[in-house]
Design a protein around this ligand. Structure first.
Ligand SMILES: CCCCCCCCCC(=O)SCCNC(=O)CCNC(=O)[C@H](O)C(C)(C)COP(=O)(O)OP(=O)(O)OC[C@H]1O[C@@H](n2cnc3c(N)ncnc32)[C@H](O)[C@@H]1OP(=O)(O)O
Length: 262
């Protein structure tokens, strides 16, 4: 029973991305699901606090990684607040209506908790995570939030690069920069054109990005041609005064069956 309980919570941790750890004297659990079920693992392990169990083994309330957390710098929070405020506009006589901008929520699977992928075993399916959201330690990897503006066919990402993204000493790895560019341009392309895959990404690195700094990743639609969506991208310092990186991307619309073995 004890072993079964431990395997289950460990499995849940892998599936939900939530934190469970084994202490010297047993299982220490920071339950994030709240359920009414009390599991007593018995001595020497401490009582596992109530867990909410659903018939579907995935959390129904996955973490939205694009919301502020304790690792965000003042600059990151200020920029988040700035763009978040543009998501609503005041109307005459009081009240608010939706503004031109949207904050895009972000989870650790591309399609929220969908299984899929050609030839993936069930174990791999359960463990698969979105590359940019697979570091659980807050502030260590990619901290970012994307805001999109459908009317203007563009988006902006506020990105704080954590210490695990180091390339040259004290600066962000070029592959990490390519990753956030691919994610932001891909998000814009799929927001405007539906399911797409990156066919081409061309990057010019103009000036290094200091580790821990906050930068803006701007992406705009250049044009569409049939199944092809062309986008541009610039990574700048938070105040816009310095250009760090420029890129262009080509995204090709796909039938999702392309990914699911059809
Ligand atoms: C919502 C959450 C968002 C999260 C964001 C994450 C973003 C991450 C995005 C990725 O990283 S995707 C992973 C990396 N990309 C891949 O693995 C793609 C691998 N390549 C493919 O699967 C196929 O090559 C591809 C789907 C891109 C295209 O194959 P298709 O058979 O569907 O299309 P086809 O080869 O017929 O090409 C269609 C058009 O695109 C053009 N094209 C395709 N690849 C090209 C290329 N590389 N360069 C220039 N043009 C290209 C091609 O010439 C043609 O132009 P025309 O219509 O004018 O004839």
């Amino acid at each position: 029973m004890l072993r079964r309980g431990f395997q289950l919570v460990k499995g849940l941790g892998q599936i939900t991305g939530q934190k469970f750890s084994t202490g010297r004297n047993g299982i220490t659990i920071r339950p994030l699901l709240s359920t009414g079920t009390q599991w007593d693992t018995g001595s020497p392990f401490q009582t596992i606090r109530p867990l909410t169990m659903s018939p579907w083994p995935f959390s129904t309330q996955p973490r939205d990684y694009s919301l502020p957390n304790a690792s965000w710098s003042e600059e990151m929070k200020r920029l988040y607040d700035h763009y978040n405020a543009l998501c609503e506009v005041e109307v005459e006589g009081g009240g608010k209506r939706k503004g031109p901008w949207r904050r895009l929520p972000s989870y650790n699977r591309t399609i929220k908790y969908a299984t899929g992928g050609r030839c993936l075993s069930k174990v791999l399916q359960a463990k698969a995570r979105l590359f940019t959201r697979n570091i659980e330690e807050q502030g260590a990897g990619f901290e970012y939030v994307v805001f999109s503006n459908k009317q203007e066919k563009r988006c902006v990402c506020v990105f704080q690069a954590g210490h695990l993204l180091e390339g040259p000493p004290g600066h962000v790895h070029g592959g990490a920069i390519a990753t956030i560019i691919d994610s932001v341009t891909g998000t814009l392309a799929s927001y405007l054109s539906g399911p797409v895959m990156t066919a081409n990404l061309s990057i010019n690195y103009r000036s290094p990005i200091p580790l821990g700094s906050v930068v803006l990743v701007h992406s705009s639609l250049e044009r569409t041609e049939g199944r092809k969506t062309f986008v541009t991208c610039q990574v700048t310092s938070a105040d816009g005064s310095k250009l760090h990186t420029e890129a262009t991307g080509l995204f090709v619309s796909i039938n999702v069956g392309h990914l699911f073995g059809a």
